[in-house]
Design a binder for this molecule. Structure first.
Ligand code: IPE
Ligand code: IPE
Ligand code: MG
Length: 249
């Protein structure tokens, strides 16, 4: 029997387990360009993108990263052709239904962030089911940003806080960062230590604007469907070279 290639199953030896990011966020960009390069329709890129995400989740678990947050659909992505949006919604729903058992087996806790009310009813039902069923799982915390926009998130937090003030439950001077964070979609998810964006674009595209105040940013030209463990390894090596100062010396 041939030995399994263990090198990328285990944490690579050049990484320091103690200094891994606890929470990694990814802007999974470049699915369309990947498909175009293969002469395929854009949706094939999204299909392959799901495989890349599934493997990254498993890799995070194997290597000891505690939380992974992935940007799946932005509030601006509604502006794409109907067929593509429709394909994505159906894809999310199908993948979620197919993967729930596996996530339970792997002890994954899945959470969705974004304006979930505006999603198709059948997708929302799968989202709610998966969140409820995995709620008490103690393994990796996997967060999927769907119909997510950082500005919208901040605005809805402001509205909720303003309502509390109006009703006399909160004083304006008591609004601090902790109060604000409790009103974000990501309450309980925490701030990413490392943001990875694929396909070379050097922008945030409305992702986690509040939460990424001090995240380390890593951009690779690799297109999302090609982002594999070797690529993730490189991103983690780059992260471990960084000196996080948080404004101090
Ligand atoms: C990212 O890939 C996936 C989503 C936004 C849903 P894109 O679809 O943006 O791919 P490109 O950027 O057009 O190549
Ligand atoms: C960001 O990618 C959103 C997701 C990955 C879900 P986009 O492709 O939508 O971002 P822009 O248009 O390049 O800024
Ligand atoms: Mg894109």
């Amino acid at each position: 029997m041939t030995a399994k290639p263990t090198i990328l199953q285990d944490l690579p030896a050049d990484l320091d387990r103690e200094r891994l990011p606890k929470h990694v966020a990814v802007i999974m960009d470049g699915n369309g360009r990947w498909a175009k390069r293969q002469g395929l329709p854009r949706i094939m890129g999204h299909r392959r993108g799901v495989d890349a995400l599934k493997d990254l989740l498993r890799c995070c678990r194997d290597w000891g990263v505690q939380a992974l947050t992935a940007y799946a659909f932005s509030t601006e992505n509604w502006g794409r052709p109907f067929e593509e949006v429709d394909f994505l919604m159906t894809l999310f729903e199908r993948v979620l239904r197919q993967e729930l058992r596996e996530m339970m087996r792997e002890n994954v806790r899945i959470t969705f962030v974004g304006n979930l009310d505006a999603l198709p009813q059948s997708l929302r039902a799968e989202i709610e089911r998966s969140m409820a069923e995995t709620r008490n799982n103690s393994g990796i915390h996997f967060t999927v940003a769907t119909n997510y926009g950082g500005r919208q998130e901040i605005l809805q937090a402001c509205r909720a806080i303003a309502t509390q003030v109006q009703q006399g439950h909160l004083q304006p001077e008591d609004i601090d960062e902790a109060v604000f964070e409790r009103h974000l979609y990501t309450a309980g998810v925490g701030d990413p230590d490392l943001l990875i964006r694929t396909s070379g674009e050097m922008r945030l595209s409305n992702f986690l604007l509040w939460q990424m105040a001090y995240s380390e940013l890593y951009v690779t030209d690799t297109l999302w469907p090609d982002f594999d463990r070797a690529e993730f390894h490189q991103a983690l090596c780059a992260y471990q070279q960084r000196h996080r100062r948080f404004g101090k010396l």
